[in-house]
Design a protein around this ligand. Structure first.
Ligand code: SF4
Length: 360
């Protein structure tokens, strides 16, 4: 069983993706309300070798010499991967094997030259930005005290200006947290300043860290998609009946105060903004071709894959059936045994019954 590699899993954006986890659970610069990995237990901005470089390389070497190549090798997992000070070295190693590299990051450290330089060799970088107003940022992302919103956004802008690969900016919409018109207007300005290749709109798919969170509806996401894709210089919603939250979730005074402070930081400019950026709504995990050839089909490896997967993020039996290419009844049998052995627990959510690992 690998300690730092997981999957491969069929990803909504990356095809068949082998995950690499460069931090242990749960180390991050943010403590997002919606985080599917659970509450951040080590909220930090300190970069160091959280997991040993050599051990990660040994696992990658073994995997790549014994399995078919995945579509992407993806840095994600139990926290923020750029906190690992050796991420650039691991990317370089993978690139020598010619595999494609994707980095899922919250992007908060991209303002640091060492982090930006490390990610330049990746083929695809998917940073997230859920808010451009201080109040929404603090409410949804609950950042480390030394992360400034202006510095975070400027770091994304600077990285885009030097990065030659593909950049997809992910925005997770959480009703009541970042979907007011004031928030979305500021977010749109930030997006066009950053100028990613594509904006990917997402919403809650799995249980978050706060009970009772609800996902955005499809119609709200489509309205936000239209708004973000509309004339970049237009910062207003149409007057038609709207699904979007008209009321700010927070004090409008602070929105304008924040807008002024962004402007003072030369972040909002009066000049013509860039052409329209495409906006995709990312759907739930695709029904992909079966990938069981990536794992030996014996019972132990199936159980290992289930445990590796639900340890990193809660999954429904349907998710696991798709990942493993097995029938749902087989997955349910494994889950029922794991539950009896107190290795997993189940939680009912809107999208179905999610299984979490009880492994520490
Ligand atoms: S969603 Fe990502 S950035 Fe937010 S707390 Fe979880 S791991 Fe960190």
């Amino acid at each position: 069983m690998y300690k730092y590699l997981f999957g491969p899993v069929p990803s909504r954006r990356l095809g068949v993706s082998l995950g690499v986890d460069l931090v242990t659970h749960k180390i991050c610069t943010l403590d997002c309300a919606y985080c599917e990995c659970g509450t951040t237990t080590d909220l930090t901005i300190e970069r160091k070798e959280y997991v040993p470089y050599k051990d990660v390389i040994d696992e990658l070497e073994h995997y790549l010499s014994t399995h078919p190549a995945p579509d992407y090798i993806t840095f994600s997992g139990s926290g923020e991967p750029t906190l690992n000070s050796r991420i650039g070295d691991v990317i370089e190693y993978i690139k020598r094997s010619k595999a494609l590299v994707a980095v899922l990051t919250n992007g908060t450290l991209l303002g640091q030259k060492a982090v930006s330089d490390a990610l330049l060799k990746a083929d695809l970088v998917i940073p997230s930005l859920d808010a451009a107003s201080l109040s929404a940022f603090e409410k949804i992302n609950r950042p480390h005290k030394d992360i400034s919103l202006n510095g975070y956004i400027q770091g994304l802008v600077n990285f885009r200006s030097v990065y030659k690969g593909k950049m997809a900016l992910e925005i997770l919409i959480l009703p009541g947290f970042n979907d007011s018109k004031a928030d979305l207007q500021l977010l749109k300005q930030a997006c066009y300043k950053i100028n990613p290749d594509v904006i990917q709109l997402n919403t809650l798919d799995r249980p978050g860290t706060i009970p009772g969170l609800t996902p955005a509806t499809r119609s709200s996401l489509e309205e936000i998609q239209r708004f973000l894709q509309a004339d970049p210089d237009s910062q207003v919603f149409s007057n038609k009946k709207s699904n979007i939250n008209n009321e700010p979730d927070h004090n409008p005074q602070s929105e304008f105060k924040n807008m002024r402070s962004l402007s003072q930081a030369n972040y909002i400019s009066d000049k013509k903004l860039t052409p329209t950026i495409p906006v995709e709504i990312t759907a739930s995990a695709p029904k992909t071709a079966k990938i069981k050839s990536y794992r030996e089909e014996n019972e132990n490896s199936i159980i290992e894959t289930i445990m590796e997967t639900v340890h990193r993020r809660p999954c429904t039996p349907e998710d696991l059936a798709s990942i493993l290419g097995l029938h749902i009844s087989q997955i349910n049998n494994y889950l029922s045994t794991l539950k009896q052995n107190e290795q997993v627990i189940s939680v009912a959510q809107e999208r179905g019954i999610f299984y979490h690992s009880l492994k520490k």
